[in-house]
Design a protein around this ligand. Sequence first.
Ligand code: PLP
Length: 415
Amino acid sequence: MPQRTVPVSSRLGDVRYEIRGALSRRARELEAEGRQIVRLNIGNPGLFGFTVPSHLRETVSTHLDRSEAYCHQQGLQGARQAIAAREAARGAVAAHADNVFIGNGVSELIDLTLRALLNSGEEVLLPSPDYPLWSAATVLNGGRARYYSCPASRGHQPDPDEIEALITPRTRALVLINPNNPTGAVYPRELLQALVQVAERHRLLLLSDEIYDGILYDDAEFHPLAPLAGDTPCITYSGLSKMHRACGYRVGWISLSGTPAKFGEFRAALDLLSSLRLCANVPTQWAVEPALTGPDTTSELVRDGGRLHAARRAVIDGVARSEYLDVVAPQGALYAFPSIRTQYFDGFDDEDFALELLESENVLIVPGTGFNIRERNHFRLTLLPQPAEIDDVFMRIDRCLGRIASRSTSARHVA
Ligand SMILES: Cc1ncc(COP(=O)(O)O)c(C=O)c1O
């Protein structure tokens, strides 16, 4: 008789998260064998020598004795007030602490908001490439992902006409990730205005993931969506993980903006779902207010001469030195999304390449298809390592691509 195993929900069939997937597991095996793997798969600043600003750390440690009870399901009042004040200063309509919900990272809130929104088979417009949690949370909550393309050929910018053409009677929301993970694209004001108009025309909820909102390079300008959306319902997502290098604190938030009446029962639905999980971690919520009202600790990293700026430069230069690679220079966030010039290869496959790079050169990247794109010639790496390490990584990438290219050529000769 076949052995009975624990069943798995069929909803998981379409759910993947390659950033921590099979390649990452293989990297761990190789590390256990004594290899040193350069891990470029996760945007986790704490693993690359970045530290949480000391004023945040101190605030958390001095408030531990006030962190032992559950707090309000929406989060600590002072933290929500600071978030609402920032949203109001930016010009968001109806910015108020009552319209702010704090969660265990933006991750939890992506799931919670889609759970509050979606009925079975309803559609969410997502960027391709996307940050794959958005796709996963859509599917896990019974929805369907409809992808709008943000190809390298368009500087990874979306096209409002293409987005509008994807809308059906079942479409409920339009998701934007700006600045973008994985591409590093930052969206201009006119584009955002056009996207707001699409949402207005079709009564879509705007979901704007702005977790990288101050990580900008050269003359890139960030425009928060909420003020441009005005009365149109919009949810803005942000948190401490990236701007404040505090991934492990697990603090993220959402702020609802737009005419309150247009939200109907939605706010109450979020309140109910927040209540069911009682509250987010309390100790680290104390860091929100000093993070938003204290000194700017990000600009020095991204301006000319700063560590992230130099790392981004190293990626652009590494790509320029390679005969096999192209990249749209990231304007923001913590990643680059280079592409491989496929003419040098017979049927290039991003997953095979990533595995070979890991096995032969000890470098872990994420294949582009892990971000829900069809093309199989992209990969993502983080900008968090020291620039010298990035130089070395691009030397290894080129060596690996050279080997694959020579095999391809010899395959053609044989044929
Ligand atoms: C675009 C985007 N949204 C959300 C998240 C999740 O962030 P958090 O640490 O707040 O859960 C990430 C993490 O990398 C991200 O890149």
